[in-house]
Write a protein of this length. Structure first.
Length: 185
């Protein structure tokens, strides 16, 4: 037990010496401070500062949006107010749709008329083609004259052109209907 006591005493003495040597180095570093000149020093004092600050200036929103409708018309309902938060695709106002609805109705009627014109043109063309086929046979048999055959051939070409015009008219009517429906949407 004596050896253990001597060892413990030796360790304590070594630890105290080690700690005391660290503390002298630290004190040496702290004692060398820099002196700064030319800096004004104010004394700190407690005071009351008002919660309101008045200043002149202009307030601008962080984000702005320009709004425009695709169509002109009378506004029948406003669904948002100034200062409301809105999102993309949200309906802000409702415009009277009576004129676009009428345009859709007119376009549907025009498409139906164009479709009927195409049916009539196809019927006329079918008759002209069968007549041409019959007259071609008769012309080859020398039963009809060149004049009669040329008239039938020209009539078939005319009805073919009218059918193409009617087809183009139907295509235009469909495009007008699609445009009117897009405007209504």
């Amino acid at each position: 037990m004596k050896n253990t006591g001597l060892r413990l005493d030796s360790l304590i003495i070594a630890a105290v010496l080690g700690l005391s040597s660290c503390s002298t180095e630290h004190q040496a570093k702290v004692s060398s401070t820099e002196t700064v000149q030319g800096v004004s020093v104010l004394a700190v004092k407690q005071s009351n500062i008002p919660d309101v600050l008045e200043a002149a200036g202009t307030v601008r929103a962080e984000q702005t949006s320009d709004l425009a409708s695709q169509m002109m018309g009378n506004i029948v309902e406003i669904r948002v107010h100034e200062g409301d938060r809105v999102h993309g695709g949200q309906v802000l106002a409702v415009i009277d749709d009576s004129q676009p609805r009428a345009a859709v109705d007119r376009a549907r009627a025009a498409e139906l008329a164009a479709q009927q014109q195409l049916v009539a043109a196809n019927s006329d063309l079918a008759l002209a083609e069968s007549t041409l086929k019959r007259d071609r046979y008769l012309y080859e048999q020398k039963v009809v004259s060149q004049q009669e055959f040329d008239e039938v051939n020209t009539r078939q070409q005319t009805f073919l052109a009218r059918r193409d015009i009617a087809q183009a008219g139907q295509d235009q009517a469909r495009a007008a209907l699609n445009e009117a429906m897009t405007s209504l949407d």
